[in-house]
Structures are given as structure tokens and as C-alpha cells.
Ligand binder design. Sequence first.
Ligand SMILES: [Zn+2]
Length: 305
Amino acid sequence: MNRFAFVCIGLSIALLSGVLAACSGTPSDPTQGGAAPDILTTSTILADVARNVAGDRLTVEALLPAGADPHSYQPTPQDTARISQSKVLVVNGAEYEHFLESLLENADGERMLIEASAGLRLRSDPENGHGVDPHLWLDPNHMIGYVENIREGLIRFDPQGAEIYRSNAEAYIEQLEELDAWINAQIAQIPPARRLLVTNHEAFGYFAERYDFTIVGTVIESFSSDASPSAQQMAALVDQIKLHEAPAIFLDASDNPALAQQVAKETGAQVVTDLHLESLTEDAPAPTYIEMMKYNVTKIVEALK
Ligand SMILES: [Zn+2]
């Protein structure tokens, strides 16, 4: 997808959120059970966070199944129907959900759009000219911003539930602050000189900023997993890993490990193939966002300490 298309998605989402937020105002009746949930989110991570804010008052489902990579997701006709039925749609934004544009064009009805990353400072990489970094959720402090945006959206959608959403959000933000403190304590086990990250695509920028890691390089030089490296880029990565003596390459469980394993063979780095960065898992080890972060951090500390 080219840059122009990125901009169009950003614009259409921005427009929709304004227009639909203004014309919405039909609070759901939480006592009315039905097949369609009150809130549809794109990713499973967003569904967990929205559930924490909505509590028992509204039902929440993710559009994508657990394990699906939102960067490269191919929507199905059923997805259009689910969007059409949705009353509230929670998206990450920040150029993450490229599949949404066609779905929103084809969907009927009106819905409130909540862009979880709205107003947050986005990392960009003007040198490579490939857009903005959507992976804010990998820093729990940015996730607090998501919670606040979702809380405000739900209050607009269902003003009578305002007190519930406020108190749920407050309790969850406290858990996110505890998670941040826990991560800091875990990271302290890694000697500062070994706080080096090599990943499949550029997913750890916000995480690295927050917890003082250096990004040595990525197999795919993109904020999306939906791209391929050149032989030249691969050779440069091998050089960077050797130069910094980076101990490990970290992949999402949905990534193809072939290229990383090739790099590992030339550098002696270990490949960790089973982080969960873009999606929760159905059961263990990452059924909630907080458990996902704890699992990833434990894996990173094990490989680097
Ligand atoms: Zn990603």
C-alpha cells in the first residue's frame, strides 16, 4: 500500500469519528441480549482493554481471531456483516488496520468509531519514509491513553453508564501502572550493555523508549510485518548484530522465522520465536494484555540477562 492510501485511511477514520460521534447518541440497552456485541474492536488486545472499561454493562468482541496479524489481515465477507451490525467500533488507528478501509466502505449502518491512539504522540521514521509506528500498546503508559480514549468514547455512546466506565477505567489504569513498575523491576536484571533488541519488524520502538533498550536492527525495516527485506538490508543487519553483539532476535509467534534463522546462523544470535506482540492467545500464555506483556518481558529478560 502506498503513502497516499495510508493518508486516506487516516482521514476517513478521523472524519468518521467526528461525524459518527456527533450523530450517534443511541445508547445501547445492555439488557437486550443478541448475536451482535455492543462493541466491536479490531484486535484481540483492544477487546481485552475495552472489556476492562465496559465491565458487565456492554458486550465486547474482537473482529480478528486470536493469533491473526492485523498488519496482513485479509478480511472476510462475514467481517463486513459484523461491522455493519456494530454500534461501537474500537480501532488502534496510527495506520495499523490497513484492512479496515474496504470494510468501512462496504458496511451499512452507522457506528461510533473510537480511535484508541487518538491524541498520542506517534513515532515516525522520516529517513525511511514509511509512515508512523502504530505499536503504542507495547508501552503500558501509552495503553493508559488508550483506556482514557475508550472511556470517553463509551461515555459519549452511553452517558448513563458514565460512572461505571470511569471507575472501571480507574481500576484498570492502576493495574497498568503496576504492570509498568513490574516491567521496570524485571528489566533491572538485564545489564544495561545487553539491553539490545533485534526484532522481525519495527514493533518495539515505544517499548525501547520507555525501558531504555537500544534497537540494533530489524529483519524487516518497516513498522509493518507486511514487507520484505533486500539482500543488502539483511547483510547490514548481520553487521549490526555482530557490531553490538546482540544476543537475540525476537519474533512474534505469527512471524515466519526463516530469515531470522538465516541471520542467526551468521551471527550466533539466539532466535526467540514465540513473543505475542500483535494478538492475544485463546488460552495461556497471553489471554489478556497484562499477561501478554508479562510473558513477553519474561522471555526478553531470559534471553538477555
Ligand atoms: Zn507490528
